[in-house]
Write a protein that binds this ligand. Structure first.
Ligand SMILES: Nc1ncnc2c1ncn2[C@@H]1O[C@H](COP(=O)(O)OP(=O)(O)OP(=O)(O)O)[C@@H](O)[C@H]1O
Length: 253
């Protein structure tokens, strides 16, 4: 299932947040959204997930969700959003319990194996590192076989080494079994490592400034790769002045 934004404009009372965004989110790819602070990245994700309706324009789902999909549009948040009193397995089970599936145990076993959490199935969130907690959140999202994972700064609460490891995990997961994701990030290194397409928004009201496609396969993008560095510099060049202006604007609020 693809998502399409047709001329989407969004406004909160007198604040214009997004302006005339037309965009395709193709299935089987990771689309990263980058842009200066406050340009409307999270708002765009909420519109894609149907949590809000655009002031103008439309968000469309094109095609059918994958077979066995229990929740077409599934979020992964920065703060993991795990229930502290439930084990790793219990947190994953939560999203399946209402569906009374005969193969619930097999689905849980599969997503725990894919996220390398099988040995931690009985652990509580407080026993896990930040990176592992985010792996649980990703396992929980995968368990419903979503059409699109909507990921809002999923690594930004983690230290830089853990971020690197989790990026490797996401690349491994996608390479074994491609999924569709919209991935909002401030971090351009994450965008060039994980994004098949990188949508650069202007400062608020966010408009599509440029879409950068990166053809190199995800598992061939190494940390520190010169080609990726160049892409990252290019993106920063697109954003630099607007990021500084957005920063100054926020300081004056
Ligand atoms: N529910 C809301 N009501 C009013 N204004 C809002 C609401 N949600 C967001 N905004 C405003 O809309 C603008 C865009 O916010 P949004 O969080 O989408 O931007 P962002 O690019 O994700 O920001 P950041 O880079 O800081 O994470 C901001 O000025 C924010 O204050």
């Amino acid at each position: 299932m693809d998502l399409k934004l047709d001329a989407v404009t969004h406004r909160y009372s007198d604040v214009d947040v997004l302006r005339d965004i037309s965009l395709d989110i193709p299935s089987g790819k990771i689309t990263c959204i980058v842009g200066p602070s406050g340009c409307g990245k999270s708002t765009l994700l909420r519109l894609l997930g149907g949590l809000e309706k655009p002031t103008e324009g439309a968000v469309r789902q094109v095609g059918s969700p994958p077979e066995g999909c229990l929740n077409a549009l599934t979020y992964v948040f920065q703060d993991f959003a795990l229930l502290p009193w439930r084990t790793v397995e219990g947190n994953v089970a939560l999203v399946l319990e209402d569906h009374k599936l005969p193969d619930q145990a097999a689905i849980i076993a599969d997503v725990l194996a894919r996220t390398r959490l099988t040995d931690f199935a009985g652990a509580l969130p407080k026993q896990l590192s930040g990176g592992m907690k985010q792996r649980v959140a990703i396992a929980r999202a995968l368990a419903v076989n979503p059409a699109v994972m909507l990921m809002d700064e999923p690594l930004s609460a983690l230290d830089s080494q853990t971020r690197e490891l989790l990026m490797d995990d996401l690349v491994g997961l996608w390479t074994k079994q491609p999924f569709t994701a919209v991935y909002v990030t401030h971090n351009l290194a994450e965008a060039v490592r994980l994004g098949h397409r990188i949508v650069v928004l202007s400062r608020r009201p966010g408009e599509v400034r440029e879409i950068v496609e990166i053809d190199t396969a995800l598992d061939e993008r190494a940390h520190g790769d010169a080609g990726l560095e160049a892409q990252q510099q290019y993106l920063w060049g697109l954003m630099r002045e607007e990021a500084a202006a957005a920063d100054a604007e926020l300081m004056n609020v």
